[in-house]
Design a protein around this ligand. Structure first.
Ligand code: HEC
Length: 375
């Protein structure tokens, strides 16, 4: 009885202000918040079974289109038929939780729209963003959409490079890229991207094969590293080290933040100079898997629908597991959907990063990192 009263009250709360408003009148932000708040207290089944509440939900969805809240509502109430709107959010936020979740909802929907024309469309920026969201989704249907793009040379190179980055993140995708390289089928304009990604892959066998099939541009890695003791004695130029750190192929900023700059995946390095001496830093760079920082262990998680996630567990609640992948995207999984969870022995930081710099640049990088101290 109590519950019914509450529901009835919610119905009035949710629907009344909307009925009072003229259809064309936009809902004020306060009213929208109230309605969303009221709806989110209800069990999805209650809303789905109540025409008034469904109508209120529909209006809220229209008012929040294109935003992370829209995605949250679609997910919570298992709304069907909003795939095109979800695709818009995915294109807008391809590397954020909401956009990636939107893409997962699209791929998991009963009527998956045909994404192929969009990925090859005239709007190249949008196509590239959708490819990125697909790659970040880890959905089992994503690979079949990404793989054909790479070798279709009519498709814009930026879109295909994004597909290569996405594929390089899974072992299966990485193997496909290596197979193309072996058969000389990898288009020339994506070779560099494939080489940079695969030479920094987490899996030692993939990395070793990439070094042979897709070596990094000669120069940097042609010089063997001198003995560690010698490296540590050399003088470094911290300003040049900073430039090396932020260089695209070196990629430290793709996983670490320094004073808020960069992606938050590995530990922040803003005070690393107070925490580690140069030798320990060098070890962290050359042999990441030798000592993995607490809380940054990598897990592989499989879900019922066949998706595989690799990353750090950032929250582990009774009914939900949140995994942060390389790139910093967090995916929230229902515990009931998780079928397997195994801890990786490998660090989330790849070995061999030092191979893309000269020994002197490595010395400069260490010098730069040692200047990052507690204030
Ligand atoms: C693909 C992601 C990734 C990239 C790229 C990456 N790191 Fe890391 N790094 C991590 C992760 C995850 C950890 C924590 C796990 C561990 O200790 O191995 C880490 C740990 C570290 C640590 C130890 C931090 C501590 O608090 O103990 C240092 C130092 C470091 N990285 C420096 C670098 C530098 C310098 C680069 C660029 C040459 C770099 N990393 C590139 C992911 C990355």
């Amino acid at each position: 009885m109590k519950l019914l009263c509450l529901v009835a009250w919610m119905v009035t709360m949710a629907a009344m202000p909307l009925h009072a408003a003229a259809p064309s009148e936009p809902i004020s932000p306060e009213r929208l918040n109230t309605i969303i708040e009221a709806l989110s207290r209800l069990e999805p089944a209650v809303v789905q079974g109540n025409p008034k509440l469904l109508e209120a939900l529909g209006k809220v969805l229209d008012a929040t289109r294109g935003t992370p809240r829209f995605v949250e509502l679609v997910r919570r109430f298992s709304v069907a038929g909003r795939e095109m709107d979800l695709i818009e959010v995915a294109a807008k936020y391809p590397a954020e939780e909401s956009g990636v979740e939107a893409m997962r909802l699209v791929l998991g929907s009963a009527a998956v729209p045909d994404l192929r024309p969009l990925l090859r469309g005239a709007d190249k920026a949008k196509a590239a963003a959708l490819v990125k969201a697909l790659a970040n989704s880890n959905h089992p249907k994503a690979a079949a959409l990404l793989v054909p793009l790479v070798t279709e040379t009519k498709v814009d190179a930026a879109v295909r490079k994004e597909a290569v980055r996405g594929l390089a993140r899974s072992q299966e995708g990485a193997r496909q890229l290596l197979a193309w390289a072996r058969a000389d089928k990898l288009p020339a304009d994506v070779r560099f991207t494939a080489s940079a990604e695969l030479n920094a892959a987490r899996w030692p066998d993939v990395q070793a094969e990439a070094a042979k099939l897709l070596p990094l541009p000669a120069g940097a890695n042609a010089q063997p590293l001198p003995p560690i003791a010698e490296l540590l004695q050399r003088k470094g130029d911290s300003r040049n080290g900073e430039a090396v750190y932020f260089r695209e192929v070196v990629g430290c900023a793709k996983c670490h933040q320094i004073n808020g700059r960069g992606v938050e995946f590995g530990p922040a390095l803003s005070e690393i100079g107070s925490k580690l001496g140069k030798e320990a830093m060098l070890e962290a760079i050359l042999e990441p898997s030798a000592g993995i920082s607490f809380g940054f262990e990598i897990w592989n998680v499989e879900t019922k629908d066949g998706s595989e996630f690799t990353g750090m567990v950032v929250s582990d609640a009774v009914d939900e597991l949140a995994i942060k992948a390389v790139g910093g995207v967090v995916t929230r999984l229902k515990k009931a959907d998780v079928v397997k969870r195994t801890q990786s022995k490998l660090s989330g930081m790849p070995t061999g990063l030092a191979q893309s710099v000269t020994p002197q640049e490595l010395v400069d990088l260490l010098e730069f990192l040692s200047t990052l101290k507690k204030k």
